[in-house]
Ligand binder design. Structure first.
Ligand SMILES: NC(=O)c1ccc[n+]([C@@H]2O[C@H](COP(=O)([O-])OP(=O)(O)OC[C@H]3O[C@@H](n4cnc5c(N)ncnc54)[C@H](O)[C@@H]3O)[C@@H](O)[C@H]2O)c1
Length: 364
């Protein structure tokens, strides 16, 4: 791939940073040379599977630097204080200091964990996000949120630690298992729904190409979808308003995931069902037509994402939503689609309306 095919979009924030799209792993080293503050020592934090696939390509550009690899087992449970402490021990052993740069090579788990490590190690060191899952490329690597989990909840301990840059090499997606692709597709379709009706049309017309993983279609999909995230976080880095729209489908989805103990439903599947529930609620509130709700359901189904779930108790799910981090003063804050390509933050949904929305997505 030649650099002519690269794209750069800027996240405008307190400290703005570039998102490079279509940037080859091999060329990260050249980019680091161009940074105003010299880089000498690099810690690459990643999973063994990802290193087996991509370390060689990444290392090709990093010969001029002192590089250490920190390997983290895969899985959401690794986003923990224990792992953070182990990373710290290893980093110190390798002589890391305040000038060390962290490269987070992987999906959202690595991005969040390595990012949180970079945010607290010696009060904060530089970070480059190198996302290798669809979800990370279109969503989690952009926006500066980093976190680890706590037994009390997901992402309870976190920070805003914007990277120096996001370095997105589309070719890393070729090895991603389809179940992981689904998680990213759910978030990308969510981006289309809240802010980009053309992207929604694109998803409707490009089902075959996306399922076949046609590189040029994937390039367009990732570019368009990550641009939505860039646009939104550029307007509201600290989630005081519009950034909240990115939670569409997540209050319902998260309730479902926790109710099912994270078994039998992936995050993407939870979000997909959550989007449909939110769409039905929006329809009840006159924000979206039934035709549009059906269009959304059909689109998700085209990509193999579920739109209903069986064997769940709507009342228990409603109860789960009581604990949502986004609630304010006991009031549920929900994101609802307004037509396709637009969404609103709703603070006045009645429990009876939410319950009715759950009934729409529970199949028996
Ligand atoms: N910070 C944010 O703004 C934000 C936003 C959304 C989600 N998240 C977080 O993201 C996490 C989920 O991220 P995810 O969906 O990327 O999952 P993940 O990071 O767990 O990655 C999924 C699996 O794919 C493997 N993998 C990664 N890249 C690969 C590749 N190119 N080829 C083959 N296998 C590869 C990983 O080793 C892992 O086993 C959650 O912890 C969530 O909280 C954060």
């Amino acid at each position: 791939m030649s650099s002519a095919e690269w794209q750069k979009i800027e996240v405008l924030a307190d400290r703005s940073y570039p998102v490079y799209l279509g940037a080859p792993l091999e060329e990260l080293g050249d980019y680091l040379h161009s940074l105003p503050e010299k880089v000498e020592h690099i810690l690459i934090i990643s999973h063994q599977t990802v290193l087996d696939l991509y370390a060689k390509r990444l290392m090709k550009g990093l010969e001029d630097y002192r590089v250490n690899l920190l390997v983290v087992p895969a899985g959401e449970t690794e986003k923990s204080l224990e792992r953070l402490s182990q990373l710290t021990t290893a980093a110190l052993r390798y002589g890391a200091d305040r000038k060390t740069l962290v490269v987070a090579l992987g999906g959202g788990v690595i991005g969040d964990l390595a990012g949180f490590f970079a945010s607290v190690f010696m009060r904060g060191i530089r970070l480059i996000q190198v996302p290798t899952t669809l979800l990370a490329q279109v969503d989690s690597s952009i926006g500066g949120k980093v976190a680890v989990n706590h037994p009390a909840g997901k992402n309870i301990l976190g920070a805003f630690h914007p990277p120096q840059a996001v370095w997105t090499d589309f070719t890393t997606l070729e090895s991603l298992p389809w179940i992981e692709v689904e998680n990213g597709l759910a978030e990308s379709i969510k981006h289309a729904l809240i802010a980009d009706s053309d992207l929604f049309d694109f998803f409707e017309t490009q089902v075959d190409g996306i399922k076949r993983r046609d590189p040029s279609i994937w390039r367009m999909m990732v570019t368009r979808s990550s641009s939505v995230k860039v646009r939104i976080v550029s307007q509201d880095e600290r989630e005081q308003g519009i950034r909240g729209l990115l939670n569409l489908g997540h209050s319902f989805g998260h309730a479902l995931e926790t109710q099912m103990n994270y078994r039998g439903v992936t995050h993407g599947q939870g979000v997909s069902i959550g989007i449909v529930a939110a769409a039905h609620l929006a329809n009840a509130k006159g924000l979206i037509t039934l035709d549009e709700v059906e269009k959304i359901e059909q689109l998700l189904q085209h990509y193999g994402l579920p739109t209903t779930i069986s064997g769940q108790d709507p009342q228990a799910l409603l109860q789960r939503m009581q604990a949502d981090k986004k609630n304010q003063g006991g009031r549920k804050i929900l994101i609802l689609p307004q037509g396709i390509g637009n969404a609103v933050i709703s603070k006045d949904c009645l429990d009876s309306e939410i319950l009715a929305a759950w009934h729409h997505v529970i199949s028996d």
